[in-house]
Ligand binder design. Structure first.
Ligand code: 73E
Length: 840
């Protein structure tokens, strides 16, 4: 065999590993080569980066499996109370790098694959994101699982194994968003373990009969099988490796032989098609409730399988069902899993022979409900006829819950019919609808919002009557958090190293006790440290520029301020305000003399984010951004001072490149609309400053890092209602109210960026009711952008702000958040697997 057969790495290392010579060959190398040879059936000479990724993943997985087994054994032995996080979305992103860091094996693998001719970075880059989520809600679930394992809590996740995740976003040359499927399971997924023996049957449709004793009998209809797939969740520096169990739907009988024999081939496979459909695709809408039957079936399929699994595990302990709340806490991530409430009632009453009151007392001690939005269009409602058709027994139970609930309300507030109508679980109308947030609130032990302001809004707006009725102590706040492992150590390794070196504390310590970052504060005054800090930011900007160059073929200047807004496209998040602000800057630059322009600091503005496929205005906003970009990036008068990019197909992995590169990021929702936001935390943790409205977690970030280190603008929440009223009943022409904005809109309407008529519907949202208050906030927004420019001129001061921002972000670790849930809601404790392994 000539050298050409061994194109990569050290031939001797390969050969010795292949021969299984154990002396001198590190175990990582042996395990990698072994997987190449056996699991992948490949050899050194035909192994590419993708193959190397697969071999590395399988080899790392072996370590996870050992820890996973020990963790589950530990739980079985100690039998602690457990918590379950039910979420329709888990936005995990990539796994290999995270697993390597959490296991403390990254450097070993880096060396190991290098000797075999591979670079660890290239290998890591081959992994596809697991993108089973839309945005913040799904990413929060992923951060919480990481923190659950890292704090050694007995916490499992339950979700759906969608065959297709969030769509891939393509941008046409005209600026239109096109959606392509995301077949993420195409090249095998090494991170899941199919459990073909863990299955449950889930019923749909059929008839429900009520017996005199209050029990029901539900039969007929269609049965679908749920099959478990387990995803291992390693903790950072712990042996604890919890489980994320995802359900796949399969037909109960793959093939209907009777139909087939009758010559009806399509009929024979029909039931198989409809059963498969349940877990085929993630719904790509956030903040809208559509009332689609398939979505309802997803929700029930997942909650029924998860509850059956939880109850089976509980029963294995031999305890009576009335002790369920002593051993099980179930967190409902938004209202999506609310059917778990009537489902558990059904199990207790119809299958376990409990009376109503005892069943209800069990249910209301097991569930906990997190609300993530107060936007009215996002509050889930299901048409009564649809629930009746798909889940006839559950509708009866929901009506019974409502009856007993309203009777209690009536006792407390006699003859207050309006209150009964407001609080009812059923909204009157054609058709009647079930209000899922009311059902979730009534059926849970605790209800929480996701940031202080948001939790206050929940209590004073959408659930106010429930606070009056049940008392305020049931309603509370857990401010969201993010895992510092992925969102600092992994995405910004140089900054992580500088912090470790400076704090003189092992990173295994400060990454689990993020308040330790406060030790950086004095170094803000240290010029040498500031220089290092700034140099890392610069290299992260170059890394982003390199990404844009290689993926889009565009050259980004890196000597400019990087200004970033990345999130789902939505009117309430006001990407429109940002793009109109960019146009304002462009027009201002166009009117400047060359002398004046010399004083301008160049700025590069980045946008990324997906629009729901049917959200017309959001898609128009993308189109406007793209077309403004092509105009201003090629205008010789301005291109040295202002560049604009829309980066397609935003994802967790893209966020990991964008966030460390940002000087300033924008979180500019209309006050009172963004429940929390979590990317705001990620930017600030990486030393990016924040430009935002007084909304969501921005407020608590400012409290922590100091108001002098954030740029706030815009009206406050209490003013919003009145401003909207004024828009409708006392409208003032835009030219008078906000001439700056009027001028910008005029230019768009006149076709400065092409397509004059196309943008009319978008512009009309502002000219007409302006529900999201652009005309009220525009002037202060432009002023705030000016203050950002001014602050950036003094680089010393800017870097000080950046350091102090990172230093004061300790509160926002998801470890803090998950421990709050564990202590104040679930009443669960860490259950360490003995002899915890140290990460390095
Ligand atoms: O403010 C964010 C919050 O940070 C909020 O908009 C988001 O949840 C994040 C995590 O708490 C959210 N997503 C949804 N509602 N709120 C949602 C609604 C329907 C479907 C999918 C997601």
């Amino acid at each position: 065999t000539g050298k050409e057969h061994w194109p990569r790495g050290d031939e001797k290392v390969w050969k010795e590993a292949l021969r299984g010579v154990d002396k001198d060959v590190p175990s990582v190398t042996k395990s990698f080569v072994n997987h190449v040879q056996t699991s992948l059936a490949r050899q050194a000479y035909n192994l590419d980066d993708l193959g190397a990724y697969q071999a590395a993943a399988l080899s790392v997985r072996d370590n996870l499996i050992v820890n996973w087994n020990e963790t589950q054994l530990n739980y079985t032995r100690k039998n602690p109370k457990r918590a379950y996080y039910l979420s329709l979305e888990f936005l995990m992103g990539r796994t290999l790098d995270n697993a390597l860091l959490n296991l403390g094996l990254k450097e070993e693998y880096r060396d190991g694959v290098k000797k075999l001719g591979f670079s660890i970075e290239d290998i890591l880059d081959k992994e596809r994101d697991a993108a089973l989520g839309n945005g913040g809600l799904g990413r929060l679930a992923a951060c919480y699982l990481d923190s659950g394992s890292s704090t050694e809590l007995p916490l499992w996740g339950y979700g759906l194994r969608y065959k297709y995740g969030i769509f891939q976003q393509l941008i046409s040359p005209e600026g239109n968003q096109l959606e392509a499927p995301d077949p993420w399971l195409e090249n095998q997924n090494p991170w899941e373990l199919p459990r073909l023996d863990v299955t449950y049957e889930v019923r749909f449709y059929g008839q429900s009969e009520r017996l005199a004793n209050g029990r029901g009998i539900w039969q007929g209809g269609q049965e679908v099988v749920a099959v478990a797939y387990d995803v291992m969740i390693p903790g950072y520096g712990t042996k604890t490796t919890n489980n994320l169990r995802l359900w796949e739907s399969r037909p109960k009988r793959g093939f209907d032989l009777n139909s087939f024999n009758a010559g009806n081939y399509e009929g024979a496979v029909e039931s198989s098609n409809t059963a498969d459909a349940i877990t085929s695709v993630l719904y790509p809408n956030d903040h809208t409730s559509f009332g689609k039957e398939l979505r309802l079936k997803q929700q029930y399929f997942w909650t029924a399988a998860s509850l059956a699994d939880i109850i089976r595990r509980f029963k294995q302990q031999g305890k009576p069902m009335n002790q369920l709340p002593d051993y099980v806490a179930i967190q409902l991530n938004d209202t999506h899993p609310t059917l778990a409430i009537p489902e558990l009632m059904r199990i207790l009453i119809d299958e376990e022979d409990f009376g109503w009151d005892q069943a209800w007392s069990i249910v209301t001690n097991v569930f906990f409900y997190t609300n993530h939005t107060v936007l009215p269009e996002a509050l889930e409602k299901w048409p009564v006829p649809l629930i009746e058709h798909v889940l006839p027994r559950h509708l009866q139970i929901i009506y019974d819950i409502n009856l007993f609930f309203l009777q209690a309300v009536e006792r407390k507030y006699p003859n207050d019919r309006e209150r009964l109508a407001r609080m009812s679980l059923i909204e009157e109308g054609f058709p009647k609808q079930v209000r899922m947030a009311h059902l979730a609130a009534v059926g849970s032990r605790k209800v929480n919002g996701v940031a202080e302001l948001h939790s206050d809004l929940v209590k004073t707006t959408i659930l106010k009557d429930f606070v009056d009725f049940e008392g305020v102590s049931k309603f509370s706040n857990v401010t969201n958090g993010i895992t510092p492992r992925r969102w600092l150590d992994q995405c910004n390794p140089e900054l992580s190293d500088l912090i470790t070196k400076t704090l003189k504390v092992e990173k295994t310590v400060w990454l689990k006790d993020l308040a330790k970052l406060k030790g950086l504060i004095p170094f803000a005054e240290d010029a040498a440290f500031r220089k290092e800090w700034a140099a890392i930011k610069q290299r992260n900007k170059e890394r982003l520029a390199h990404y844009v160059q290689t993926t889009l073929g565009l050259t980004v200047r890196t000597d400019a301020m990087f200004d970033v807004q990345i999130k789902r496209l939505h009117e309430y998040k006001r990407q429109t305000l940002n793009i109109l602000g960019v146009i304002h800057r462009y027009l201002t630059l166009k009117a400047m003399t060359p002398e004046e322009k010399k004083k301008v600091n160049p700025r590069v503005v980045f946008f990324a984010g997906k629009a729901a496929p049917a959200y017309y205005i959001a898609k128009l906003t993308i189109r406007l951004i793209v077309n403004v970009a092509s105009k201003i990036n090629t205008d010789p008068d301005t291109k040295d001072y202002l560049q604009l990019y829309f980066l397609p197909d935003y994802s967790v992995s893209l966020a990991e490149v964008l966030i460390p590169a940002s000087d300033i990021s924008q979180h500019i929702s209309t006050a009172g609309t963004e429940a929390s936001g979590t990317s705001n935390m990620k930017f600030c943790l990486n030393g990016g400053l924040l430009l935002g409205t007084v909304d969501g977690a921005n407020i608590e970030i400012a409290e922590e890092v100091g108001e002098s280190n954030v740029f706030f603008f815009g009206h406050l929440t209490p003013a919003v209602e009145d401003l909207r009223y004024q828009h409708i009943y006392h409208p003032v022409p835009l030219e008078e109210k906000c001439p700056g904005l009027a001028r910008v809109i005029e230019q768009v309407a006149a076709g400065l960026f092409g397509d004059a008529e196309i943008y009319e519907p978008l512009l009309n949202t502002i000219r007409q009711t302006d529900y999201y208050l652009l005309s009220d906030d525009f002037d202060s927004y432009i002023a705030a952008l000016g203050m950002v420019d001014e602050a950036y001129q003094d680089q010393d001061e800017w870097v000080k702000k950046s350091i102090k921002t990172t230093a004061n972000m300790g509160k926002f670790s998801s470890d803090r958040a998950i421990l709050e849930y564990a202590e104040s809601f679930w009443n669960i404790e860490p259950s360490p697997v003995e002899a915890p392994k140290k990460a390095t």
